[in-house]
Design a protein around this ligand. Sequence first.
Ligand code: AMP
Length: 220
Amino acid sequence: MSELNLVLLGPPGSGKGTQGERLNDDLRLPYYATGDILRGAVRDETELGKSAKAFMDAGDLVPDEVIVGVIAERIDSEEARDGFILDGFPRTTPQAEALDAKLAELGREVTTVLLIDVSDDEVVRRLGGRRTCEAEGHVYHVEFNPPKQEGVCDIDGSPLIVRDDDKPEVIRKRLATYHEKTEPLVSYYDGKGILRRVDGARDPAEVTEELRGILDAARS
Ligand code: AMP
């Protein structure tokens, strides 16, 4: 089976996290979600967390130089030798270029980019109802994917919270940031012939099936 260096692309709330967790179960590749990594760093009050917190709370991106090193280190690790799944990185053209440069150093490249496409209206509806597990970042939705017991994570029993950046005014800011900074990556990867676009406004199980089909074909 060939190496799979996978990037998940899409607006906030497109389901990258949910799909990433499922693909992670299937593919058994390390899954690096920069939002989760940064929230963990904020929680642990590390240097990384301290430099990221104000940007995150405002719905802005953290500076490229803060995040690029975090991902470069993981990609270079033994566990990522056969591939990896990136969720939330790259988010700017300089980040995409830095990723390409790091992989080129290792004689590798991004093999597949999955764009999960969802409209702005749908994003606002979804993120407004999103609840996140305080301990591990497992994701639920009050309407579409409720936990068995309200306010409690099914997986680890910790409380479910509304992330600061899932508050309505911050959601709008994050969407604007996505269109301005991250959407140019669609043509960046399309130009390399490795972008696959899926309609993310469907039942999550259908989206998962389509993604699995694309990845099976890409890996065989
Ligand atoms: P997410 O959970 O992926 O929506 O990320 C939450 C927040 O973390 C974002 O709104 C950014 O402030 C920050 N963040 C995550 N990934 C990146 C990245 N690749 N570049 C810059 N900021 C990021």
